[in-house]
Structure formats: C-alpha cells, structure tokens
Design a protein around this ligand. Structure first.
Ligand code: URA
Length: 236
C-alpha cells in the first residue's frame, strides 16, 4: 500500500496532509525515516511512527470502553460531553462509532468500532445479542418484581413484550438481568413498569464479552477472541 494511503487509512488526515507529513520527515517505517512519496508498505505487522509516536497498523478498530457517567454516546451531545472526546483525534477521523448507545448516566461496557459489519451484527434487532446489566434501584426489589421482569412487561409505544432473563437479586437494592433487545431506555422503563426506579445502571457484558478490567474512562483494543465473544448470542 502506498505510504500516504496507509497514513490516511489510519486517520492522519487528508491525502495532502499525509504527503506533507512524509515530505517533512515525520514518518518512520519499521524504524527508518521515509520521505519518498512513492514508498510502499506491507501493512502486515506494520509498525510506524508519526512525529516519534509509534503506531500499529490496524485495518479496522474494535474498542471496549468502561464508560463513565456524564458522557453522551453521540457526536453532537446535547447536555454533556461526548464519549468520543475520550479518544484521540486519529480514531475520530477514522469514523469511530458507538455500537448502540448507553444513557449519559449509565456506566460500563461500550463497544466502539469503524467496522460497519461488526456494528450491524451487534445492533441488528433480529440478532438479539444479550446484554447484562447491574441495576441499583430506588426501592427494595420484591420477589414479585423479579418474576414480572422475567415474564415480561409492555412498554409504552413499543410493540411486543420485553422480558429479561437471568434475573438475580444481588442485595435488597441491586439486581442483575440480561436483556435481548435494545430499545430506548429499556432497562429503566422495564424497572418502572414493575413499580421500581433505576438509581444506577452498569453494563457488565455484551454477548459473551465481559467488561475487561478497566478504570472508568479507560479503553482497550479488543483482540480476535474478544471480538468474536461480543457477537455470541448465547445467554450467559
Ligand atoms: N437501558 C437503559 O435504560 N439505559 C441504558 O443506558 C441502557 C439500557
């Protein structure tokens, strides 16, 4: 691949800008400065650096973020910061998108990618990818509420019944549950439908991918196994 094309694909700006970086001697490939605009790179296991900062070539990016509170999953947030502010410019430049949305006050596992197929596979309503949440409630959770969540509830303006699986009481005010759809505010509305209220919400798992050990606001690139695990539809 032409060096400038490779740089462009990794989010380093327009073709012109990438050419300028090369001409200015800002780019090293496998340890050597490359100023030749005709230089071609083999992208397999490619390491390069831009202004001394090293990068690994990635055809597509798959990221897990432990989302903190107070961030909206939108490029045009209304009232809070954008989750995309947590990432470097080069990733935003590549068209990083959130795989579904978490509310601004929800914490936990958020996947982000620039791979449209991956995004589609995880968000398509027919795939029913399970998502595990930990819920803290305002009122004590009654046995009846747990049963009703598993039986399913109706939600205003939504078709069908919304049932959770693996509903477990963690303590008086906390439960975990798995949902298989992803309509707007689904967990909060399900808890409201059984007569309780969500105080805090945390996503712990998508498919078979459990939130890796990350501080709030920290993120990692997923490896092949983790990318695969996120797409598994079997309930935990
Ligand atoms: N359900 C909600 O109510 N909010 C979220 O952020 C995710 C699921």
């Amino acid at each position: 691949m032409l060096l400038e094309k490779m740089l462009q694909s990794q989010g380093f700006g327009s073709r012109k800008h990438c050419q300028q970086l090369i001409k200015n001697g800002a780019i090293t490939v496998q340890g050597e400065v490359q100023t030749d605009l005709k230089f071609r790179v083999d992208v397999k296991n490619l390491n390069f650096s831009v202004f001394g900062q090293s990068y690994v070539y990635r055809e597509k990016i798959y990221i897990a973020l432990n989302k903190p509170q107070g961030f909206e999953c939108s490029h045009h947030p209304q009232h809070h910061q954008s989750v995309f502010d947590l990432f470097p410019d080069i990733l935003r430049e590549r068209g990083l998108a959130a795989v579904g949305r978490l509310d601004q006050d929800t914490t936990g596992l958020l996947l982000l990618t620039d791979d449209g197929k991956f995004l589609h596979a995880l968000t398509h309503p027919k795939r029913h990818v399970p998502k595990v949440y930990h819920v803290t409630t305002l009122d004590t959770v009654s046995p009846n509420q747990l049963i009703t969540l598993e039986k399913g509830v109706e939600l205003h303006n939504e078709k069908g019944i919304f049932a959770a699986t693996n509903v477990h009481l963690l303590d008086e005010y906390q439960l975990s549950l798995t949902i298989h759809q992803g309509v707007y505010h689904q967990v909060k509305r399900m808890l409201a439908a059984v007569g309780n209220k969500v105080q805090a919400l945390h996503r712990q798992q998508i498919g078979e991918l459990v939130l890796p050990e990350l501080e709030l606001g920290e993120w990692i690139y997923l490896n092949e196994d983790q990318i695969h695990a996120a797409q598994q539809s079997r309930s935990p």
